[in-house]
Design a protein around this ligand. Structure first.
Ligand code: GLV
Ligand code: MN
Ligand code: MN
Length: 352
């Protein structure tokens, strides 16, 4: 299947282990160039916006009508999985290529720097939506791997996303005083790393105390970073998620720094209904689930674009942000079929 071959081509870019196409790197550029070539081969008009997001357009018979968008991102975390982001772009392109011209213009989009490994994330989609989106697309449907165990546990290949959790990210700086590791007595030390370590444990407790919340410190920089010098400065990253804004605030209150917040967003009920029709016509179980991961879909939904997400089952216990991320070939094909049917239904509807 062409989608699987394309996922392999994208996966090979960073050299491994896993996907290595961090936002803002040459590898992300290479992925965008590769996909732009596939878009041209499929007869799509290629456009790159000011934030270097990539768009492939298949003009509709009624180009004056609001467009129907699909897609995701091509950047990855370090040593990431084969499917995260890449499936939504390669699968979206396959769906649009299978459909050919419809009444409405079909657009495949690849957003820049969704992972935001050193920032708040969704840089490309946020930039796109920072002004007024004009015209507002009729729909954005993002296909993505679940990145969790729920579909596998339910024995369901696909799921309809109800909404995306609230998230907060930022950095905390701990300041201490450097000194000699061998001669400075313990009581007189101001060790920035010890203060940071105590914070990491406090944050874990704060998240564990709030139902459905999670918090992660994934990056830590210690200065001056020598084994015989007491750490004088530590900068660490904080990532908090919770099912709603209120619970997010309760965890974020434990963080002594400004965080950038993204509210929880609901997916469009009308588009969820379209996905359910597609499930029903194929005899698929009508499974719904929330997304604990962030996605470009949340940015578009918050900007007023009717948005839906189609999740495909992750195997291996749902592991993601890891080279062990896995989805079966059969589930990928089924997901592309359902996405194709969904886009067909949306791009054929002209009653505005
Ligand atoms: C994106 O993968 C996220 O961090 O949720
Ligand atoms: Mn990811
Ligand atoms: Mn992703």
């Amino acid at each position: 299947m062409r989608v699987l071959e394309r996922l392999d081509r994208l996966y090979a870019i960073g050299g491994g282990p896993g996907a290595n196409r961090l936002g803002g790197t040459r590898e992300e550029d290479e992925a965008h160039e590769l996909v732009a070539g596939w878009m041209r081969e499929a007869g799509l008009e290629v456009e790159v916006d000011g934030a270097r997001n990539l768009f492939g357009r298949l003009r509709g018979r009624r180009p004056e009508l609001p467009e129907v968008w699909t897609g995701s991102h091509l950047d990855s975390v370090p040593n990431g999985g084969r499917f995260d982001g890449a499936l939504g772009v390669a699968g979206g392109l396959e769906a649009v290529a299978r459909l050919g011209q419809r009444e409405r213009t079909l657009v495949v989009v690849a957003f820049r720097d969704e992972e935001g490994c050193s920032g708040p994330g969704c840089r490309g989609s946020r930039s796109l939506c920072s002004g007024r989106l004009d015209p507002v697309p009729a729909a954005f449907v993002e296909l993505h791997v679940e990145q969790g165990p729920q579909l596998e546990e339910a024995g369901a290949p696909l799921g309809v996303v109800t909404g995306i959790v609230a998230a907060a990210r930022g950095e905390v700086v701990f300041q201490g005083r450097e000194g000699h590791a061998g001669t400075t007595p313990m009581p007189s030390r101001e060790d920035a790393l010890v203060a940071a370590a105590e914070f990491v444990l406090r944050l874990r407790e704060a998240a564990a105390a709030v139902d459905g919340a999670v918090a992660t410190v994934g990056r830590l920089a210690v200065e001056p970073g020598a084994s015989n010098v007491i750490p004088s400065r530590v900068v660490l990253s904080v990532d908090v998620r919770a099912p709603d804004d209120d619970r997010l605030e309760r965890v974020a209150a434990a963080v002594p720094a400004e965080l950038s917040h993204a509210s929880a967003v609901a997916m469009s009920p009308a588009l969820r209904a379209v996905l359910h029709e597609q499930f029903e016509s194929r005899g698929l179980p009508p499974v719904e689930l929330p997304s604990g991961a962030g996605h470009d879909a949340m940015v578009l939904a918050a900007a007023g674009v009717p948005t839906a997400m189609l999740f495909v089952r992750s195997l291996n216990g749902g592991i993601s942000h890891s080279p062990d991320e896995l989805t079966s070939d059969e589930d990928v094909e089924l997901a592309v079929e359902v996405l194709t049917g969904t886009l067909d239904q949306l791009a054929s509807a002209v009653d505005e």
